[in-house]
Design a protein around this ligand. Structure first.
Ligand SMILES: [Zn+2]
Length: 85
């Protein structure tokens, strides 16, 4: 005899599922502000091992995503080389 009452426990708390970008699979944030708030939470909760450091606007879906990658600064060496010669 197996009691089958346990299966109903799953919907005691319904969280709205975050929408995800079809291109990147990342969570979509409608505004940069919300994305940045999420970054702040990620940085605070070190135990979750989340590495998101900044937000960026997705060109595919137009929403904001989080990324762990540092901002690309391709031209950053320009000033450093000045004065070397
Ligand atoms: Zn996207």
């Amino acid at each position: 005899m197996i009691p089958n009452g346990d299966r109903k426990r799953r919907n005691h708390k319904r969280k709205p599922k975050p929408k995800r970008c079809p291109e990147t699979g990342k969570i979509k944030f409608p505004t940069q502000r919300e994305a940045n708030e999420a970054v702040g939470r990620a940085l605070l909760s070190t135990e979750t091992a989340r590495n998101e450091r900044r937000s960026y606007k997705c060109e595919r879906c137009g929403a904001w995503h989080l990324t762990s990658q540092a901002k690309r600064v391709p031209e950053r060496d320009q000033n450093e080389y000045e004065g070397w010669t």
